[in-house]
Design a protein around this ligand. Sequence first.
Ligand code: URA
Length: 403
Amino acid sequence: MSIPIQRWLQERRDGVEQTPENIQAFVNAVVREEITSAQSAAWLAFVLTRGMTAKETLALTEAMTQSGTSLSWPGISGPFVDKHSTGGVGDKVSLALAPLWASLGFRVPMLSGRGLGITGGTLDKLESIPGYRTSVASEDLQRILADVGCFIVGQTEDIAPADRILYALRNETGTVPSIPLITASILSKKLVEGLDRLVLDVKYGTGAFMKTKKDAQNLADSLVAVGAGAGVETTAQLTPMIQPLGEAVGNALEVEEAVACLQGEGPQDFRDLVVALSGEGARAEAALDSGRAFEKWVAMVEAQGGQLCAPRKGGGCSEWVLESTADGTLSSCDAGLLGQAAFDLGAGRSRAGERVHFGVGLRVHAKVGDAVCVGQPLVTLVHDQKGLERAQELARSAFTFAS
Ligand code: URA
């Protein structure tokens, strides 16, 4: 069945809102390949330039969510919660937050993705643990959620297939930066999880997808409105990404830092963000300090086949330390440049399907506002020679000082 895309776009130009039925028909046609790529691309370009109303964005999100399988948790009591971050340099929050929430009695059915760009995604980080399975049979997911309280696995092919098709087309046609399209893309993959509550961490700055606070606020507003419209209690926090989160950037290095946090240690800025996103304040602090959150981490990783006592993948790397050549106050520690340095060392991927190097990355030793003196270590690059020279250059240019 072909759909009258040209007529719909003309009606929209004339000020008529697209109906949920038409939007649903468009999404169905995309998934069933009943529409040409040229027509879909025209529709996407139209949305990029003209935008969508809140009602249209909700209809698109719901149609994309329903384009594939949804998960349900019969016999397991909630509340079911999850978080999504728009991604940043050194952002390993999911690794700590899922077990933390589980230790507080929440159920966390976390579907996550691989990274594309400067560093790996949550799944890449977890796969640095030998044996960790990111693909788990659905009966086992039910059991892990009931027994442990959380899991972190990958999205399967049958989760929101409309997003996979449309995202590839958006990439090809330069239509990624549209707030309604981003909203529907992010939420369609979260609403399948059967959640009661969703927490969003929308980052802005040099190391983030959204470069300005204003754009991040617009995205956050759209995500919160559509999430709530779909019946999930949705909150968003805006977080600056001008310097890396915590100290570690890189897959295995970030796992180490998340484990430290779960044991009540590690960098304060990372811990503060984990606690803030949990929404549980003093209860969350106590679960981190008492080891209860760490127990859930161990249980989750073991339930997914991970061997925590085995050495992380990607070991045997060398280290190079950048020292300060000035006395003064650190005025910038550019997350974008340091993320690019980690990428050049091999921590990220430029194309879907590419392998990441689990061991490489960097550790940042100073935060913006710190007083530093000549000879003080600023950053350690963990490398296997590949990309080292370029990463050194990037690291040198990432730090500036005020005297
Ligand atoms: N992340 C997503 O999942 N989708 C987008 O469109 C942008 C970021």
